[in-house]
Design a protein around this ligand. Structure first.
Ligand SMILES: [Zn+2]
Length: 108
């Protein structure tokens, strides 16, 4: 009697949607932005901090899009102040460098 199915381990890559461009990408290609229990909005390079998170491409343009549509605010459940956004911009470009992603400034 043949029993069972061939067991193949399908590794599911966790996918997340960028709050800016709405592209679904593997989680590790995205930067997590977290609203900490203290109410601070920060980039979470580890992806492990507690708090409400949103995912975004390591691309400043996506952050701009996310802010424009208030999607980041909605995703985090909090209004993100402009000075915080400035900080996020910087951290996001740092993350992009660390991940070895090419800067996408050339494209328009
Ligand atoms: Zn994006």
């Amino acid at each position: 009697m043949a029993r069972g199915k061939p067991r193949q381990k399908v590794r599911k890559i966790p996918q997340r949607t960028c709050v800016g461009c709405r592209q679904v990408r593997p989680k590790k290609e995205l930067v997590r932005i977290v609203r900490t229990p203290e109410g601070l909005v920060e980039v979470d390079p580890t992806g492990k901090r507690s708090g409400r998170g949103a995912y975004i491409c390591p691309d400043a343009r996506c952050l701009v899009l996310a802010m424009k549509g208030k999607r980041l605010d909605a995703a985090l459940g909090a209004a993100v102040p402009e000075d915080v956004v400035d900080g996020l911009m910087r951290q996001i470009s740092l993350c992009a460098e660390e991940q070895g992603l090419p800067p996408e400034t050339a494209k328009s």
